[in-house]
Design a protein around this ligand. Structure first.
Ligand code: FNR
Length: 392
């Protein structure tokens, strides 16, 4: 039996008996607003915003509303085990922290606070290439925390190799390569402020600390940031690369390699054919292609292409424990939490992230039990009903 996350609910009520109310807002909107009050407007908009009209960002959340859980009664749910296994790693719950870059915009302790919060719960923290903190620092801040590295695949293969080598040396146990960000999406909120953190040298800690990256510069980034930023912009990605090149990337690491940003079932198939070990269904939280399909909408069709033994992760729009239950029922083995923990970080640093995670897991644990299940593996698509579908 794993920990019963529902106990976190008991703890909140017990604190209430002693006159203590939770400081962090309970609702997603309330939490977002609480974070907004602490942030520079440009930082808030950078996190809150999406591409174009933000239609896809909205579609992600709406897709969850279209599915309803059909709870089952009088099943034994007293002992529950929420753990799942991915690449022979046991995760205490089917939840990982999505890679979110430039967390220095949100809190002075940035990714270190997030990694420590995740580690305190045994959850896997996924470190972005575009982070405010170098990956070696994460390893020293949360040495026992399970961690994966998200790769923005650079143009220069030597830099790619260096990132992969550093990640492996620093204890990251899987690589998640993000395929949907060959260019930055068209984001009106950031455009309106003329705000791009990378042009200001923010979110480049992994680059600025890299020996291959540094060797190509006329001066150290600490002394002259401008050529370093230019070198980053030239090397961030190579939009001419194709699935053929992916085979080369596959050869560069022995760690499990997942692809993030898959929305079309055929792409899932191609990814597996060229050697991907796992798939992450995601539209980057609606930050890249405005008008793209809500991520949950495409999950069932992708699951049909991905054999059971291959990890399939869901990302984009997850806000609650019930959302997590739905993603699992529709075929995900685990899901990534994004913006909600970012707001927790902005509102209250490490403790804010930890609280957001604990609440989501309490909500999930209770939703699972109250719907008649004692483990994620029991969930099936037939436990959900699509709104508007004919009643049986
Ligand atoms: C992201 N995301 C992201 N993804 C990635 O692969 N590398 C990155 O560096 C970032 N950076 C980033 C910054 C910010 C501010 C946000 C909001 C998102 C995307 C992230 O991993 C995930 O796909 C989305 O956050 C999922 O959408 P929701 O659930 O947060 O709306």
């Amino acid at each position: 039996m794993s920990e019963h996350y529902s106990r976190h609910q008991d703890a909140i009520y017990l604190a209430g008996l002693q006159g203590r109310r939770p400081e962090l807002e309970l609702s997603y909107q309330g939490l977002k607003e609480q974070a907004r009050r602490k942030l520079r407007p440009s930082a808030y908009d950078y996190v809150a915003g999406g591409a174009g009209t933000e239609d896809t960002m909205q579609a992600n959340e709406e897709a969850f509303r279209r599915w309803r859980i059909v709870p089952r009664m009088l099943r034994d749910v007293a002992e529950r085990d929420l753990s799942v296994s991915l690449f022979e790693q046991t995760h205490p719950a089917p939840l990982l922290l999505a890679p979110i870059g430039v967390q220095g915009l949100l809190h002075e302790e940035a990714e270190s606070a997030t990694a420590r919060a995740a580690a305190s719960l045994g959850l896997t923290y996924i470190h972005s290439t575009a982070a405010s903190t170098a990956m070696e620092e994460i390893a020293s801040q949360a040495p026992h925390g399970p961690r994966w590295f998200q790769l923005y695949w650079p143009r220069d293969p030597q830099l790619t190799g260096s990132f992969l080598e550093r990640a492996e040396k620093s204890g990251f146990t899987a690589i998640m390569v993000t395929l949907d960000t060959r260019y930055l999406g068209y984001r009106p909120r950031d455009l309106a402020r003329g705000f791009n953190p990378f042009l200001r040298g923010e979110g480049l800690a992994n680059y600025f600390s890299d020996p291959v990256f540094r060797a190509a510069l006329p001066a150290a980034p600490e002394e002259d940031a401008e050529p370093a930023i230019r070198h980053f912009l030239e090397n961030f990605s190579d939009p001419s690369m194709t699935w053929d090149d992916f085979k080369g990337l596959r050869q560069m690491t022995s760690l499990p390699l997942l692809v993030k940003g898959i929305l079309h079932p055929e792409d899932a198939q191609i990814a597996l054919d060229v050697g991907a070990d796992g798939i992450v269904v995601s539209n980057h939280g609606g930050r890249q292609v405005d008008g793209a399909i809500g991520a949950l909408e495409t999950l069932p069709a992708i699951r049909r292409k991905v054999p059971d033994e291959i990890p399939l992760l869901f990302d984009s729009g997850l806000r609650s424990g019930c959302d997590l239950l739905k993603a699992l029922a529709l075929g995900a083995d685990a899901a990534l939490l994004g913006r909600p923990y970012a707001w927790g970080l902005a509102a209250d640093g490490e403790e804010g992230v930890r609280e957001v995670l604990l609440r989501l897991l309490a909500d999930f644990d209770l939703a699972l039990a109250l719907s008649g299940f004692s483990s994620p593996a029991q969930l099936q698509a037939s436990d959900l009903k699509r709104e508007g579908a004919a009643a049986d």
